[in-house]
Design a binder for this molecule. Structure first.
Ligand code: ACM
Ligand code: ZN
Length: 514
């Protein structure tokens, strides 16, 4: 390694000061920490083949300690010639610091740069990093309905996301094209709802799959050890054709319905006039509450046409009873019920921005204050979201046309994987708008952060998913973590090195200049 060679993790830290000299570790590094950081250190030692807990007689080379003055989730990392010191005030911060260190180790020069672990020789230039996140919500969503992804792939992804300080994995578990969540009282959700057949194709079914409770618990525990909260989503009341195929009595017309093989927005949604949908939703929420210990549940709420509700006698009767003037208010009424049902189970609800629509002229359509809104329809007037912030609503930004939708092509190329109305370039992702200039300081504080989403209608394999995720998720991670107004050209220079780290972890990725 040349004396000038420098390293930087991605997301790039708030402050990094390079110093002269190198930490040169010939052999497996020895780790030591305050007992409260045992889990973080054992995950790291698994990732880096470092020795933790063994007594070799040598002084440990990586010393971890608590420092209450460091901000939440932040850390201070000092790489000296003879040893590395890492401090944090909480275990999230310690974990984030170890992941920064992991990146530095992954790019260390052994004469055989970027070899896969296990490694026995690490060289890192001396430096001091002081770091803490810009936003508390740094998310990634994977659509496992339109394409069923195996749990092993999800774990591989969670691991690399955590290396980028991403701390939320939003698991889209049900949609028109497939239901993936086991619900004890409703077994047909998996027996029927998890399989779809395209009548234009010869095969019996071209996509099917569901997760067992054990697989879900395993993914959740794996994510928790990596300081990622799993946020399950069951989209309600629209995008529910797979559930209606299994239980047709939950729809306005009674069916028959078939798990959708087509893409798009469908008019058959849960019947807002039928009380049985609340038994169904209660059973679904019970499953979620049992399997997902995290605080958040996403209830969807996007793209729910009111067409069926307009002519359904039960829905019309419900509107009359509630004195609602337009069908969209029925969605507000449902959203309110769902948020309350989740609150009874100790959960905070998140909905796509459509939940804000409709007139609020009655108590039964008022949205509870703690409902968080995830903004995706970036073609809409920003007023929708600024007004929501002005009313005190917490927001997560995932603007579809501004770099957050990773299923869009990486660049304008009809032959490339992915789809979308145009491309989402690496630069779009890097410059994702998270806070609007029109927002006051108070309103800006209600933006919890941002998220990248991968919708899977046109992604039929994990490798294609990887190609679309990387490296745009690296750009998003930096936008969510690092201070505002990053320099894209500078980011791109560091990304050249960083992509080799991702290679070394076995991912396929798009590269801008080849
Ligand atoms: C969405 O993309 N329909 C949330
Ligand atoms: Zn109805």
């Amino acid at each position: 390694m040349s004396a000038e060679m420098r390293m930087s993790p991605i997301p790039r830290p708030v402050k990094q000061e390079n110093e002269t000299g190198f930490f040169n570790c010939d052999g497996v590094p020895e780790l030591s920490g305050d007992g409260s950081f045992a889990e973080e250190l054992s995950v790291f030692s698994g990732q880096m083949s470092a020795r933790y807990g063994a007594v070799s007689g040598n002084p440990p080379q990586i010393m971890c300690a608590k420092d209450g003055a460091i901000p939440a989730e932040g850390y201070r990392l000092r790489v000296g010639a003879g040893r590395i010191d890492l401090a944090a005030s909480d275990s999230d911060g310690l974990y984030n610091g170890l992941q920064t260190l992991r990146q530095l180790f992954l790019s260390g020069d052994t004469g055989d740069v970027f070899v896969k672990t296990p490694r026995t020789h690490f060289v890192i230039p001396c430096m001091e990093i002081k770091d803490a996140p810009r936003f508390p919500w740094r998310g990634f969503m994977l659509d496992c309905s339109r394409h069923f992804y195996q749990a092993a792939f999800i774990k591989k992804l969670i691991d690399v996301l955590s290396m980028h300080h991403i701390n939320r994995f939003h698991w889209h578990l049900a949609d028109d094209q497939g239901w993936r969540l086991p619900v004890l009282e409703y077994p047909r959700l998996l027996e029927i709802g998890s399989k779809r057949r395209d009548p234009h194709r010869q095969e019996e079914s071209y996509d099917e799959g569901s997760y067992t409770e054990d697989e879900i618990r395993d993914v959740v525990a794996f994510a928790a050890a990596r300081h990622i909260t799993v946020v399950p989503e069951i989209d309600l009341p629209g995008h529910t054709v797979s559930a209606l195929a299994a239980y047709p009595e939950l729809g306005c017309t009674g069916g028959p319905y078939h798990v959708e093989y087509r893409h798009g927005v469908f008019e058959d949604i849960l019947c807002a006039g039928n009380d049985r949908i609340f038994d169904f939703v209660a059973a679904v929420f019970d499953s979620l509450a049992r399997l997902f210990p995290g605080k958040y549940v996403h209830i969807g709420g996007d793209e729910a046409p009111t067409t069926r509700w307009e002519t359904c006698p039960k829905c019309r009767q419900r509107m009359a009873e509630l004195k609602l003037n337009e069908p969209r208010q029925l969605q507000r009424w449902l959203t309110r019920r769902f948020v309350q049902m989740l609150a009874e189970r100790g959960k905070t609800a998140i909905g796509w921005d459509e939940v804000l629509e409709g007139v609020n002229d009655s108590e039964c359509t008022a949205l509870p204050d703690d409902l968080i809104v995830m903004f995706w329809r970036s073609w809409m007037d920003k007023k929708l979201i600024i007004d929501a912030a002005a009313a005190g609503r917490r927001l997560i930004m995932t603007p579809c046309n501004h770099g957050a939708y990773l299923n869009f092509r990486q660049f304008e190329d009809p032959d490339g994987p992915g789809a979308g109305y145009g491309a989402a370039t690496l630069q779009n992702s890097y410059e994702i708008p998270l806070v609007y200039p029109e927002m006051t300081e108070e309103q800006a504080k209600l933006v919890l952060g941002g998220q990248g989403n991968l919708w899977a209608e046109l992604i039929n394999s994990a490798r294609n998913a990887e190609y679309l995720i990387f490296p745009r998720i690296c750009a998003l991670a930096e936008a969510f973590w690092s201070p505002a107004a990053g320099d894209f050209a500078d980011f791109k220079r560091w990304l050249l090195v960083h992509q080799r780290r991702i290679d070394s972890l076995g991912f396929v990725q798009y590269r801008e200049n080849c």
